[in-house]
Design a protein around this ligand. Structure first.
Ligand code: CO
Length: 204
C-alpha cells in the first residue's frame, strides 16, 4: 500500500544524507526552530517550502482556516511548547487568499462539526459587515475576510497569557500576520506585527 510514497521517502532520505551526511544525526540531538507557523491545513500551502526552511527550522501548527481559538487545547499546547520550551522568536499566522475554510464559514451551507469550528470567522464577518458589504466582487470580499481573519488570530495569539508572560520576562517575541497567494506563491505581510504589549494595544 502507498508504495510510491514509501519509495519517495527512501529517495528523499538518501538525498538528504547525500547533501549533508550529518543531517539526521544533528536533528535527532536537538530541535531548535526560531519560528512557529500557524497556518491553514490546505494542501496547497506547504509551510516549510514556502519560506525555504529545512526540517528542524520551523515548528508548525495547522488547522482549517488557521484559527487560534483561546479555548483550543491543541493550539494552546503547541503555543506553550513553542514559546516556553523551544523559545521561538517569531510566530507567524499565515492565511491564504481564497481559503475554503473562510468561504465555508459564511456561505450558509451546513457541513457539520466544521461549522462550529468556523464560528469565529462568522463573528469577524459580522463585525466588519460595513466594509465587507461594500466590496462588490465576491472573490475580493472573501480575500478581505481572509485578511481580517489573520488580524484577529494575530491578536488572539498576542493576547494569550503564554505570550504575555514571555514579554513580561523580557523575551523578544513577535507575532506576524501574513497571507499567502496561491496564484503566485508569494506571501503578503499585512504589517500587523506585534512585538509587545504596546503594539498589541495599538492593534486593538
Ligand atoms: Co484555507
Amino acid at each position: 500500500m502507498l508504495d510510491h510514497l514509501k519509495a519517495n521517502n527512501r529517495a528523499w532520505a538518501a538525498r538528504m544524507v547525500a547533501d549533508d551526511a550529518d543531517f539526521f544525526s544533528r536533528l535527532i540531538r536537538q530541535q531548535a526552530p526560531e519560528y512557529l507557523w500557524i497556518g491553514c491545513s490546505d494542501s496547497r500551502v506547504p509551510a516549510n517550502e514556502i519560506v525555504g526552511l529545512d526540517p528542524g527550522e520551523l515548528f508548525v501548527h495547522r488547522n482549517v482556516a488557521n484559527l487560534a481559538p483561546p479555548q483550543d487545547a491543541n493550539y494552546l499546547s503547541v503555543l506553550q511548547f513553542a514559546v516556553e520550551v523551544l523559545q521561538v522568536k517569531h510566530i507567524m499566522v499565515v492565511e491564504h487568499y481564497g481559503c475554503g475554510g473562510v468561504a465555508a464559514a459564511v456561505d450558509g451551507a451546513r457541513r457539520g462539526l466544521v461549522d462550529h469550528w468556523l464560528h469565529p470567522i462568522r463573528e469577524i464577518r459580522h463585525e466588519h459587515a460595513a466594509e465587507l458589504d461594500a466590496i462588490a466582487d465576491a472573490p475580493a470580499r472573501l480575500d478581505r475576510l481572509c485578511e481580517l481573519n489573520v488580524v484577529r488570530q494575530v491578536r488572539n495569539v498576542a493576547s494569550d497569557v503564554f505570550v504575555q508572560d514571555a514579554w513580561a520576562r523580557g523575551r523578544a517575541l513577535s507575532v506576524h500576520g501574513w497571507v499567502y497567494a496561491l496564484a503566485d506563491g508569494l506571501v503578503n505581510d499585512l504589517g500587523v506585527t506585534i512585538d509587545g504589549p504596546d503594539a498589541l494595544a495599538r492593534l486593538r
